[in-house]
Design a protein around this ligand. Structure first.
Ligand code: NAG
Ligand code: NAG
Ligand code: NAG
Ligand code: NAG
Ligand code: NAG
Ligand code: NAG
Length: 634
């Protein structure tokens, strides 16, 4: 009786499991057949090595399967020379497909209606083909669609309003088609890349898309509702306006120059007013309330003003920036933090470029000295040094523009977000951050004939770069600032004993401050913190006292205790930190040696080699196409 039941039960189980395996195989076999049906019925000029006998997942060019090899999830066949329409009921059977790229072929016909079965589709690249006819009416079937690129085809009809349902949509490119009608209101806050240029669209650009630069609407018959039709204040791009060479190009007569400058100043003034209004309207979102330089001037005065060339953003490298001072001042900004030298804002420019703008207070240096320092700092290109993009200097306002790093600083990772939803910073991450920061500071120390001082090394100035390594920011400012942190502030906890004036900081004092950062990483404690008795304690002194009592194990952050087999590394890192914070500046190691010592503690996988030091080849993060997460290759 009992045995019989067990037997039935187990055969049912076997059946169920067996069916599962069979189904997976059947799904893959189905995907394989769908692909073969596709390739057999769509002529192509290049060879596709899809043979019946070879495994789909590992040997078919352009095909990617999921982890367990049971379904095809990506198909990338760019430039295979496909010509003709996509055969019906072929690709539409790949129901788990997430990425489809058929770009740069010569595919004709209409948008395949059976793509509606591809419910998981996230990336669709059909650009540069010869598709024609209308776009699908109902886009809501592709809930996960992230990038849709249909540019360079001959799609006609109107843009479907159902695109507005695609909450994941991050990039939409419909450029160079034959689309007509009005642009629907697409409330897609997620959307970062848009291009609707070169179609037959008319009407006005909806409010929801006004944040995109007008170039993405070019080549249509569109109007921009609320923008008063004033000529661009900068007749030439901003870089042309900055007389970097000491002899500014005098245009055809002073008159023109005067007009340009007057227009520019007027625009700035109106921006100032606009900002003031917007600022008083919004709460929680701060705007640059610039006490902007006084603007209302007669053109003649403006000319003399231009000679001291005060009001300009000075960019480093190239002229291909998508913003100017006006954009910067108009950008909505959010306070990131109040630092030693001023307040940092995160500013999102119109074309979805995010930068950090630091507003300096108490600059003691004169203009010349300030500019010289900025030229030095702005010349540094290194993976572990936050790039200074631009600066602005006028009597009343000094701004610095940096790249924005979305992952925040070491300080927030270590000390931010206490409580339950806090994710502890693991040891590997701490090692990578320490190593990156050490390399960054070492690089800074090479600059200016080996004399440049960072001057403000602390955990809130160590950001996390996209490779998850530390990256130093705020460098070189100490030399131009007058302030010195009060003795019990957190900032003071990083200060080497010999530093009595920020302007007297030297490279060994950077090493000291870095040692404090290492101690912070190891102990999880702030550089200045309260003891159980409410007493303020400097981290270095505390660590010394604990180590002296041979309670070394007590030093380390309890959050690190969960990681096995790292005791040796912890102790080695502690020794490096202690070497950095010795009292006598000349007994501290050089920063480059500190970086090597950290490398020796652990061979971290180094896709963060300093060899790629010269980054000028890379695309500037300020290009419109900036994105937070890379799209899969097409
Ligand atoms: C097809 O080409 C790909 C890439 O070139 C290769 O990896 C694969 O082994 C080839 N498959 C067959 C069956 O030749
Ligand atoms: C979509 O993908 C998920 C996994 O990412 C899978 O569980 C689901 O079955 C897929 N949906 C369809 C309709 O294939
Ligand atoms: C969308 O993607 C998520 C994973 O990112 C997946 O779990 C989900 O099944 C997908 N939705 C659809 C409708 O396929
Ligand atoms: C779109 O193009 C097709 C021919 O490819 C034509 O028959 C149709 O009328 C066009 N539709 C619109 C709205 O222009
Ligand atoms: C779409 O394709 C065009 C042409 O290949 C390319 O320039 C653009 O970057 C693509 N856009 C997106 C959002 O992928
Ligand atoms: C938009 O597309 C047009 C035509 O394909 C191209 O020239 C232009 O550079 C694109 N603009 C952006 C911002 O991608």
């Amino acid at each position: 009786m009992m045995g019989g039941a067990l037997c039935i039960l187990s055969s049912v189980l076997l059946l169920v499991v067996g069916a599962g395996v069979l189904r997976a195989n059947a799904d893959l076999a189905g995907d394989k057949q769908a692909l073969l049906d596709f390739a057999d019925n769509l002529p192509h000029s290049r060879y596709l090595n899809w043979t019946e006998s070879s495994p789909v997942c590992s040997n078919w060019v352009g095909v990617t399967c999921d982890k367990d090899g049971s379904r095809v999830i990506a198909l990338r066949l760019p430039g295979v020379g496909f010509h003709g329409p996509i055969p019906a009921n072929t690709l539409g059977r790949l129901s788990d497909l997430q990425i489809l790229s058929l770009r740069s072929n010569a595919i004709t016909g209409s948008f395949p209606s059976d793509f509606a079965n591809l419910k998981n589709l996230s990336y669709l690249y059909l650009q540069s083909n010869k598709f024609s006819g209308p776009l699908p009416r109902d886009f809501s079937v592709w809930k996960n669609l992230t990038i849709l690129n249909l540019s360079n085809n001959a799609f006609n009809g109107s843009i479907p309003s159902s695109l507005a349902t695609l909450t994941q949509l991050d990039g939409l490119n419909l450029a160079s088609n034959l689309l007509s009608g009005e642009i629907p209101d697409l409330q897609l806050p997620q959307l970062q890349l848009l291009n609707l240029s070169n179609n037959n669209l008319h009407g006005s650009v909806p409010k929801s898309l006004e944040r995109f630069p007008s170039s993405v609407f070019a080549g249509n018959d569109l109007s921009f509702p609320n923008s008063t039709p004033h000529p661009s204040p900068f007749i030439s791009p901003p870089c042309d306006l900055q007389p970097r060479s000491k002899t500014p190009r005098m245009l055809n007569g002073m008159a023109l120059l005067a007009i340009v400058i007057a227009g520019c100043l007027l625009a700035l003034a109106s921006v100032g007013i606009l900002i003031f209004i917007r600022r008083s309207k919004r709460k929680g979102e701060e705007m640059f309330s610039g006490k902007l330089p006084k603007m209302r001037m007669s053109p003649e005065k403006a000319i003399s003003r231009s000679q001291d060339a005060n009001n300009r953003l000075v960019f480093f490298e190239g002229c291909n920036y998508a913003f100017d001072l006006e954009d910067l001042l108009r950008a909505s900004a959010e306070v990131l933090g109040k630092g030693t030298f001023g307040i940092s804002y995160k500013a999102i420019l119109e074309d979805a470029v995010t930068v950090v703008v630091k507003r300096l207070k108490e600059v003691s240096a004169g203009k010349r000295e300030f500019e010289q320092q900025m030229e030095i700092v702005g010349g540094i290109r290194h993976e572990n040094v936050v790039e200074l993009k631009a600066y602005y200097y006028s009597k009343d306002e000094k701004l610095m523009v940096y790249d924005y790093y979305s992952q925040g600083s070491l300080s927030t990772l270590l000390h931010g977000k206490l409580g339950e939803d806090r994710t502890p910073l693991d040891w590997d991450s701490r090692m990578r951050i320490a190593l990156g920061a050490a390399r960054g500071i070492a690089r800074v120390h090479l600059e200016n004939n080996g004399r440049l001082v960072h001057g403000n090394v602390k955990s809130s100035n160590i950001l996390i770069n996209p490779q998850q390594y530390g990256c130093v920011s705020d460098l070189g400012l100490a030399a131009v600032m007058s302030s010195l942190a009060p003795p019990i502030s957190r900032a003071a906890g990083y200060r080497a004993p010999e530093v009595t004036d920020t302007r007297k900081a030297g490279q060994p004092s950077d090493v000291y401050s870095f040692g404090v950062v290492l101690l912070e990483l190891l102990t999880g404690k702030s550089p200045v913190h309260a003891t159980g008795y409410g007493e303020m304690v400097h981290l270095v002194r505390w660590v010394h006292s604990v180590v002296r009592e041979e309670w070394t194990a007590e030093v380390f952050d309890v959050e690190l205790m969960r990681y096995p087999n790292i005791e040796e590394e912890l102790v080695e890192m502690l020794q490096i930190a202690m070497a950095c914070v010795v009292r006598m500046p000349d007994q501290r190691p050089k920063m480059a040696d500190v970086a090597k010592m950290i490398e020796n503690v652990r061979c971290l996988e180094t896709n963060n080699r300093p060899s790629s030091e010269n980054r000028s080849e890379r695309s500037s993060p300020l290009q419109p196409a900036v994105r937070s997460s890379p799209a899969p290759s097409q």
